[in-house]
Design a protein around this ligand. Structure first.
Ligand code: PSU
Ligand code: MN
Length: 303
């Protein structure tokens, strides 16, 4: 099996120019409803390019894990998909899945295998509520710990157990860096009230921390950025909606990898589309920050 690298991404990597990977689950119908998913993809691509950086959308296409899909398949990326986490990559490749939408964990594995150092998403997966009974802890967390890539996210999705998610990241030795913030963001809301140990205020600072972490044999780093003010929802409001969305999906007996897409969809309905607006705004914001960090890493490598 080989991992395909898109021509523009390959050229950029070869020349030491900055690249930002983007996952495809968020842009597929598993992540956002049509036609908003297409809008989200276009906004994220624009934000990465505006930072002078080459975007690399990851996906499995006709059994080939790909970093930097061609524009001609963007239409397909925004359609129905099978979810591909890191554990599913080999299966999707060997069985020749026509379109597999890569999650954070799969995108991190693919980024690391092709030398892409920075990755942007909306919100990472984490520890689900009542995980002590269900055992549902996202593979995103172990992938963050393992692969030497900087991930930019708006914290983790609000319906997760954010306190335990932050504890897990500490246990796994993932530095969590607050981007101009002192508390872990709660995806749609700017803050969860959970304090962070580290605050950063520039891309150069993140790049220096990442290089030092990697010199010490460390894996991934997580930069967390709050949703832009204009798109944010109040924490109490979104928590109440998240509780209802989770109860609804549990009542339907939804389990495993179907949980996250089902809860996200309910949340959008319960907030009259404001969760959707927040989701688009934060994804674009994260892509722009990731572009700046990738540019700083590339600049530091030249010196
Ligand atoms: N955040 C979003 N939308 C999404 C996801 C995250 O705003 O669709 C996806 C990401 O691909 C993430 C995945 O990696 O959900 C986590 O799924 P799970 O909880 O099953 O590990
Ligand atoms: Mn899960």
């Amino acid at each position: 099996m080989s991992v395909a690298v898109g021509p523009e991404v390959a050229q950029a990597l070869e020349a030491g120019r900055p690249v930002v990977a983007l996952e495809s689950t968020i842009f597929s119908e598993l992540g956002l409803p049509s036609p908003h998913n297409r809008d989200a993809l276009d906004r994220c691509l624009r934000a990465v390019k505006a930072g002078g950086t080459t975007p690399a959308v990851t996906a499995v296409l006709d059994g080939t894990p790909t970093v930097g899909v061609d524009e001609t398949v963007h239409e397909m990326i925004c359609g129905p998909a099978r979810k591909v986490a890191a554990r599913d990559l080999a299966v999707a490749a060997a069985q020749g899945w026509s379109f597999g939408a890569t999650t954070v964990s799969a995108s991190l594995a693919l980024s690391a295998s092709t030398g892409v150092e920075v990755f942007a998403t909306g919100g990472i997966g984490g520890v689900h509520p009542r995980a002590s009974e269900s055992g549902d802890i996202s593979a995103d967390l172990d992938a963050l710990a393992r692969y030497p890539v900087v991930t930019v996210s708006a914290g983790a999705k609000v319906f997760l157990d954010l306190g335990r998610t932050v504890e897990y990241l500490e246990t796994a030795s993932v530095p969590v860096l607050g981007w101009h913030c002192d508390e872990f963001p709660a995806f749609h809301a700017r803050s969860s009230g959970i304090p962070l140990t580290h605050r950063v205020s520039s891309a150069d600072e993140v790049a220096a921390i990442a290089r030092a972490h990697w010199q010490l044999g460390g894996g991934g780093l997580l930069v967390v950025a709050p949703v832009p003010l204009d798109d944010a929802i109040e924490l109490e409001e979104v928590l109440a909606a998240a509780r209802r969305a989770t109860e609804g999906s549990e009542a339907e007996g939804i389990t495993g990898s179907a949980v996250t897409p089902a809860v996200l969809r309910r949340l959008m309905d319960l907030t009259d589309g404001r969760a959707l607006r927040a989701n688009l705004g934060l994804a674009e914001n994260n892509a722009g920050i990731a572009a700046a960090i990738a540019a700083a890493l590339a600049e530091q490598a030249r010196q």
